[in-house]
Each structure stands twice: as structure tokens, then as C-alpha cells.
Write a protein that binds this ligand. Structure first.
Ligand SMILES: Nc1ncnc2c1ncn2[C@@H]1O[C@H](COP(=O)(O)OP(=O)(O)OP(=O)(O)O)[C@@H](O)[C@H]1O
Ligand SMILES: Nc1nc2c(ncn2[C@@H]2O[C@H](COP(=O)(O)O)[C@@H](O)[C@H]2O)c(=O)[nH]1
Length: 586
């Protein structure tokens, strides 16, 4: 396990560890796999130092000890002959030739930890992992991936424990080991060890599942929703040990945020593959292994994985794309829309893309109704106890007909202001208060389409921009690190703009609308983030655009800007971004 600073022996801390027979399910083993130098030992050491309920399985190896390594603690150092006779005697649960030496886990090593009531942690190579899978040992398998091969080399050299020849061998073997994440049913999770604290946070969450005796899939502790319950029931049916279990059928991402996912080129070549914390067993999901981690890594959203992002206007357009993309990147997403049918479609699309049911929470909510908005934090806490709203993307807005400032009717103005301005303000206030209670300051992103000529609608968008600025000032005045961003897209190729361009026709009418009908500034129904009407397929489906030649953006263009804001380091507040189209790409 690399250069371990201090690996507690299995017996240490035994007093604090749960003993067998206390009514708890026996812990599963935790099998940690990954290329040499990726940081397995570092992560395992941290886990063991912080929690005595874990015990390390001390392997046998023919490799000579490194400086500081202690026989019986870091490894049982042994000779080739002794190792071979141990193999003949059936002493090993698994063994493998790794980097020109033999390494193996003895049955006794695992038994010793199990007997002490601890969760046994194995640090083994890929070949060993395959054997343990086959052995039927009740275990959770985690692959630790490096952020890049360059970084892996950097770590191996920085560790300064191996000869040049060994480093070359280990790096060459790493390529093959990384390929193993594609193997169906081998790993339950992939953790990218980029930033150590974040990787540890993820591993620690997974480790808790092993401690609780779970195997393979994590859904068995999922709270709340029927979808999660269904996943739980199915998870219980997974054969212990997972041997032979069917994995993802397709190695490539499919829908929704997949356009952005596919741009995760660095990772996609060798990291297509496993589940993330909170996802169902491999049999139930199609998200390629590591895809969420890869997406998060490529977007720079790793530190947000597992956090709760609330997206309004999720029924279509930018909100739909964002909800999908963030969910695929491993965030817990609360998708808010007043359109139940659209939310159901979104949920289906997101689950079809492989997002674990327990990580996605659709909420039907009319932002113009204070009671419904006020309930959002409670709904989130109920679904994910101990959590709260960390990130908000205010993407919802309505745009009604008859909101001209010269001739519009008051009722339409009120509805527009209620949803676009007061709704955004109320969602923001509830989220910020939730953050304050937890002392976990997050990020508010407002999407403010600034197209001119839409009367009260355009005015409300100006108000949304102004609110963001005021919120930022209030936060600074109170000395809290809340981040606030405003994205201002120009005309979007959305339901809203298509209806505007077509002179306020319905989508059905739009499919036959002649090119060039109307202009993007014509008065219409719909909105940039969520169409006002419950319009069936939704604007995420690209339709022919009436109004050829008009420079329009796609929802994904806005999503990129949001990701840019969210991925900025904590000390950076991207206050506003204007996104314009250079030419018509519809
Ligand atoms: N997230 C990280 N960022 C930067 N450096 C790291 C990170 N994680 C681990 N390291 C460093 O990388 C080096 C290799 O880590 P470690 O020895 O834990 O790897 P390992 O996977 O256990 O290797 P092996 O399989 O050879 O035992 C160490 O010097 C460690 O301090
Ligand atoms: N199959 C097994 N692989 C093991 C075991 N113990 C360690 N390892 C793996 O070997 C490499 C190199 O380790 P190092 O200590 O020489 O750097 C590393 O990837 C370990 O995971 C084992 O018992 N079985």
C-alpha cells in the first residue's frame, strides 16, 4: 500500500470497534483497487486513522521492504519459495504477479479483521480484485483513478520509493489497470483522486456503506421516494459478492447532458465505467462506470459531487439541460417545475441515462406560491437527511402574452412579476436561509434572458440581474462567502423563442411554421428556461427554427456558462456572464 506513514495493525483500536454479535449486520469488506501511485494507501491510511472500525488486511509480498516499512504491519514480507508453498497450501484468498513481484491476501488476514468485528480493507491490484469478486466475499469494490496519467507519474516520482525501472513498469501497467473499469460488474464505484480531501470524502461515504454490511449497490439506505424504494428492493436481490453480475450494457453515455459528457475526452478513453456513491447496482443502471466522476472532473465540479443543486425551470430548456448535466456529474439534483408531466419526462430521461433514482428529486412547485417555495428545504432534508440546498440555479420564468408595457394587462404583469421576480427571490431566500442554518454557504446562479422588446418580461429579467447584485452586496456586508452569479444569454433556440419567432404559435403549429415567420422580438408565450405551457416534448428537442438567420443560442451554451461559474474556485465569484450567439446555428 505504498509508503504508509502509519498503518494501524488490525488489533489496534479494537476496544472501540463494534464486536460481532451486537445485532448489527457484519460489515462487508472494502476492496480498494487502482494503479500504483494513485493514492490508495494515502486514502486508506486516512480512513483507518479516523475510524477504528476499519481494519487493514495485511498482504504478503515477495517485494523487499522499503525504508520504514514494518513486517506484519505494511506487509508480511516473504520469499518466493514461501509464497509458492503458501499458494499450494491454499492459504491465499487471492494472489497475483504484480510489477515483477508476487502479492497476495491470505484468508487468515481477512479472517483476523472480520473476527474483530471490523470492516476489512484490502489494498490489491486488478487481478486480485477479479479473484476476490469470484470468491464470493461480501465486499464493496472501489477503483481509485488518477486525474491524469501525468499526475500519476508525478506522484510515483514524488513518492521516491521506486527505481526508474519500477516506475516505468508501474506506469505501463497502469494503462491496462485503468482499462479494467470497463469490466462489467467488477467495481461498484470509481473515485477520482484529484483533490485529496474530496476523494477522501467520497471514499469515506462509500466506506460507511461497507461498514453497514452493504454490498455492490448502495441503494439499500436510500430514503423516501418510491423510485428509491424500488431500487432498494432490487438492490437486495443482488448476489452477495457480485460475481458474474451483469454490468452496464453500453460503455458510452447516451442522452441529456451527454453532449457535454462526451467532451470529457481525457477521461472517456479510459474511465468509462462504474457507479458513484448513491447509485444502484450495476444491473440497474446504464451510466458508464466513472462517467459521473469523469464528467465532474472535466467540468471542474468534483468538489460539488454529492452536494444538492436545486434547478428551477427544469421542465424544459436550460433548466432541463442543467438538471440532467448536474445529475450526470454526480450532484444531487432537485428539479423544480410546475409542470408535472414535463418533470416526469425529465426524470425518465435522467434515470435512463443512468443517474441513480435516489440522487434525483423532481418537485412540482409553483414559484408564485410562497407556501410551495417555502417547503423546498424541508423536502430536500427529508429526501437527504443532514443535507440542504447547496447550489441554486434560478432558471424558471414565464412569459405571457399581453405583457406590453404600453398596452399589456395587469393580470399578466402580476403573474410575470410573481414568478420571475418574486419566485426567484423566494427560492433564493429559502435556500440562503437553509445555508445559513447549516453554515454551509453555497452558490446562487440566476439565468436572466435579456432580450429586448418583451415588455414586462424583459423588465423582470432586469430585476433578476439587480437582485443578484443586491444579494451579493448583502452577503458581503454580513461577511458570508455566498457566491452569486448571473448568466445573461441573448436569444435562445428554445420553445420561448420559437414561439416568439412564430408569432406565439403552439409547438404543434411550430412544426409547420414557415421559416422567417416573425422575429425573436415579437410578443409570445413561453420563457427562456421553462415554457409557460405544459407543452409535451419540451424545448430540449431541437425543432426547426422559424426566423432563419437569427443568431440563437442553445440551452447547452448556457449550461456551459453555469458550469464555468460553479467550477470557479471558492475564492472566485464569477458575478456575471453574457452569452451571445455569433451566428445562427439552428
Ligand atoms: N490526491 C492527491 N494529490 C496529490 N498527491 C497525492 C494524492 N494522493 C496521494 N498522493 C501522493 O501520491 C503518492 C502515492 O500515493 P500512495 O503511496 O498512497 O499510492 P498507492 O496507490 O498506495 O501506491 P501503491 O499501489 O504503489 O502502493 C504519495 O506520495 C502520496 O502522498
Ligand atoms: N493482488 C494483490 N495486489 C496487492 C496486494 N497487496 C498490494 N497489492 C498491490 O500491489 C501494488 C504494488 O504495491 P507496492 O506496495 O509495491 O507499491 C499495488 O497496486 C497494490 O494494490 C495483494 O495482497 N494482492
Amino acid at each position: 500500500m505504498g509508503q504508509a506513514e502509519s498503518v494501524p495493525a488490525a488489533a489496534e483500536g479494537a476496544a472501540a470497534a463494534p464486536q460481532p454479535g451486537e445485532g448489527r449486520p457484519a460489515p462487508s469488506a472494502l476492496v480498494i483497487v487502482g494503479p500504483s501511485g494513485v493514492g490508495k494507501g494515502t486514502l486508506i491510511n486516512r480512513l483507518m486513522e479516523s475510524d477504528p472500525r476499519f481494519g487493514f488486511s495485511c498482504s504478503h509480498t515477495t517485494r523487499p521492504p522499503r525504508e520504514g516499512e514494518v513486517n506484519g504491519v505494511h506487509y508480511h514480507f516473504t520469499t518466493h519459495e514461501a509464497f509458492e508453498s503458501g499458494i499450494q497450501a491454499g492459504k491465499f484468498l487471492e494472489y497475483a504477479h504484480v510489477h515483477k513481484n508476487i502479492y497476495g491476501t491470505s484468508v487468515q488476514a481477512v479472517q483476523d479483521v472480520a473476527d474483530s468485528g471490523r470492516c476489512c480493507v484490502l489494498d490489491i491490484d486488478v487481478q486480485g480484485a477479479r479473484q476476490v469478486r469470484k470468491s464470493g466475499l461480501k465486499a464493496v469494490f472501489v477503483f481509485i483513478a488518477p486525474p491524469s496519467l501525468e499526475e500519476l507519474e508525478h506522484r510515483l516520482r514524488g513518492r521516491a520509493t521506486d527505481s526508474e525501472e519500477q516506475i516505468t513498469t508501474r506506469l505501463r501497467n497502469a494503462q491496462e489497470e485503468l482499462e479494467s473499469v470497463k469490466e462489467a460488474g467488477l467495481y461498484d464505484y470509481v473515485v477520482v483522486n484529484g483533490e485529496l480531501d474530496e476523494a477522501y470524502r467520497q471514499l469515506s461515504a462509500i466506506a460507511q456503506r461497507a461498514l453497514a454490511g452493504e454490498v455492490g449497490g448502495p441503494e439499500s439506505s436510500g430514503a423516501g421516494a418510491a423510485a428509491a424504494a424500488a431500487a432498494t428492493a432490487a438492490a437486495a436481490a443482488v448476489p452477495l459478492g457480485g460475481a458474474g453480475s451483469a454490468g452496464p450494457s453500453s460503455p458510452t453515455p447516451t442522452t441529456g447532458g451527454s453532449a457535454a459528457l462526451n467532451s470529457a475526452a481525457t477521461f472517456k478513453t479510459w474511465l468509462p465505467g462504474t457507479q458513484q456513491p448513491g447509485s444502484p447496482p450495476a444491473e440497474q443502471q446504464q451510466l458508464p462506470a466513472g462517467a459521473a466522476a469523469a464528467a465532474a472532473a472535466s467540468y471542474g465540479l468534483e468538489r460539488h459531487r454529492g452536494r444538492v443543486a436545486l434547478v428551477t425551470g427544469a421542465g424544459s430548456g436550460v433548466g432541463w439541460e442543467l438538471a440532467t448535466t448536474l445529475a450526470l456529474a454526480g450532484l444531487r439534483v432537485v428539479a423544480v417545475s410546475r409542470r408535472k408531466a414535463q418533470l416526469e419526462r425529465l426524470q425518465q430521461a435522467v434515470l435512463d441515462a443512468g443517474v441513480p433514482p435516489a440522487e434525483f428529486l423532481p418537485v412540482v412547485c409553483d414559484l408564485a406560491k410562497e407556501a410551495e417555495v417555502a417547503a423546498l428545504p424541508r423536502i430536500v432534508q427529508k429526501r437527504w437527511p443532514g443535507s440542504g440546498i447547496d447550489l441554486v440555479v434560478n432558471s424558471a420564468a414565464v412569459s405571457l402574452t399581453d405583457v406590453s408595457l404600453m398596452s399589456g394587462n395587469t393580470e399578466s404583469w402580476v403573474e410575470t412579476v410573481s414568478t420571475n421576480v418574486l419566485g426567484t427571490a423566494m427560492v433564493t431566500r429559502e435556500a440562503v436561509q437553509d445555508m445559513e442554518q447549516r453554515q454551509q454557504w453555497g452558490h446562487i446562479v440566476n439565468i436572466a434572458c435579456a432580450e429586448e422588446g418583451s415588455g414586462m418580461h424583459a423588465a423582470t429579467k432586469q430585476a433578476v440581474c439587480a437582485m443578484a447584485q443586491e444579494l451579493r452586496l448583502e452577503a458581503r456586508a454580513r461577511g458570508v462567502p455566498l457566491r452569486v452569479s448571473t448568466i445573461t444569454p441573448t436569444a435562445l433556440n428554445s420553445y420561448f423563442f420559437r414561439t416568439r419567432a412564430a408569432g406565439n404559435k403552439t409547438p404543434a403549429a411550430l412544426s409547420t411554421a414557415a421559416a422567417g415567420a416573425g422575429s425573436p422580438t415579437a410578443h409570445a408565450a413561453g420563457d427562456a428556461g421553462a415554457a409557460a405551457a405544459d407543452d409535451g416534448a419540451g424545448e430540449h428537442q431541437q425543432q426547426p427554427l422559424p426566423g432563419a438567420g437569427v443568431a440563437l443560442l442553445h440551452a447547452a451554451d448556457v449550461v456551459q456558462a453555469v458550469i464555468f461559474c460553479l467550477s470557479a474556485p471558492d475564492h472566485v465569484d464569477v458575478s456575471s456572464i453574457t452569452v451571445r450567439a455569433t451566428h445562427s446555428s439552428a
